[in-house]
Write a protein that binds this ligand. Sequence first.
Ligand SMILES: NC(=O)c1ccc[n+]([C@@H]2O[C@H](COP(=O)([O-])OP(=O)(O)OC[C@H]3O[C@@H](n4cnc5c(N)ncnc54)[C@H](O)[C@@H]3O)[C@@H](O)[C@H]2O)c1
Length: 368
Amino acid sequence: MSGTYRIAVLPGDGIGTEVVPEGVKALQAVGARFGHTFEFEEMLAGWAAIDAYGTPIRDEDLDKCKRSHAVLFGANGDPRRDEINVAERPERALLRIRKELQLFANLRPVRVTPDLVPVSPLRAELVDGVDLLVVRELTGGIYFGQPSRRWEENGQRRAVDTLVYSEEEVRRVVRVACELARARRGHLTSVDKANVLSSSRLWREITTEVATEYPDVTLEHQLVDAMAMHLIREPKRFDVIVTENMFGDILTDEAAQLTGSIGLLPSASLGPEADEHGHRLGFYEPIHGSAPDIAGKGIANPTAAILSAAMLLRSSLGLEEEASTVERAVALALAERRATSDVVRDGTAISTSQMGDVVAASIGDVAA
Ligand SMILES: NC(=O)c1ccc[n+]([C@@H]2O[C@H](COP(=O)([O-])OP(=O)(O)OC[C@H]3O[C@@H](n4cnc5c(N)ncnc54)[C@H](O)[C@@H]3O)[C@@H](O)[C@H]2O)c1
C-alpha cells in the first residue's frame, strides 16, 4: 500500500552533507518504485546550525523532528574547532534529539558478506557470514546517572559517576531485543557485569524475566569482559546482543571493526511503541562521524547512510519489502565492486555520489 511520509533530514557537518543526500536518493528511488511519497524537510544541526543560528539545533527544528515519521541524520563535530568556546557544543544537537525523542534503543547491525571479507582485518574464516545485531540501551546508565561530579578532598582530586537503571528502563529495551531476535534466528545474548555490579544483577534478573515472555527466543548471559573476547574469536556465533549504555558503546565500536570499514555501518535509535499504523518515530544515522580528513573530497562511503535509510523504512515505516530492496541494491553494488576507495582498493573506486547513483538505479531492478 502506498503512503506519504514526512522525513526530517539533518546532514550535519563534514561528510554528513555528502552521504545523507545518497540516503535520500535511495528513498526517492524507493518512492518511485513502490508508489510512496516522501516529504523531505532538511534542517541544520551541529556546527552548521551554530554557524547559521548560534545554537546546535533550533527548538523549532526539534519540534519538526518530533512531528515527522523519522529522522535521517549525518554526523556532527569537527575536531579542528574543538578549542573554540561556544555556549553549546555541536554534540548537544544529538543529545537533545535522543532525549526529547526518548530514543532508548540503539540498533547496530553488523553483517559481513563474502564481498566484504577481504576488507575485514580478521581472518576470512572468522568473519565470513557474520550477521549480528547489537541493541544498546541509550538513555540510561552511567552516562546519565546522578551524582556525576568532581571535587577535592584532603588535597586529592576525586570524581564520581553513577550507574543506575530502573526496572522499566531495562525491560523496554530487552523487549525490543527479544522482538528482533524472534524475527531473526531466535538467539539473544545479554551482556552485563553481574559478578561485580548491582545494576548488572538487576539487568540480568529483568532480562531473564522478560525472556520468559518469548519462549521462541533462547537467552544466554555473558559477562562484558568475556564478550569482548568472544566478539573477536567467534563473532558468527551471535545473533542479537543486548546490553546497557556504556558496555554497548564500547562493544558496538569493536563489532564495527569486524567489517573493516566504518563507512559501511548504519544505525537506528528507536523511541516508544509504534502507533496504530505501525509507525514508530526513529532516528537513523551512519555510525561514523564527520570524517574531516576526507570531507569535501567526494570519496566518503555512502553505504552506512543508505543502509540507515533502509532501517528507517523497516523500523519506522513498517516497509519491510522496500527496506530489503535497498539492502539488496547495496549488496549488489558491493558485489560488483562499484564502491568507494575504503572498500575498492585497486584504483577503480567510484565517488560518493556515483555509488549513490548505482544503488538508486538498481533499486527498481532488484525489487522482488
Ligand atoms: N554521531 C556522530 O555525529 C559522531 C560519531 C562519531 C564521531 N563524531 C565526530 O566526528 C568527528 C571526527 O571523528 P573521528 O575522526 O574520530 O571519527 P570518524 O568516524 O569521523 O572517522 C574515523 C575514520 O574513518 C574514516 N571514515 C569515516 N566515515 C567514513 C566513510 N563514510 N567512508 C570512508 N571513510 C570513513 C575517516 O576518514 C577517518 O579516517 C569528531 O568531531 C567526532 O566527535 C560524530
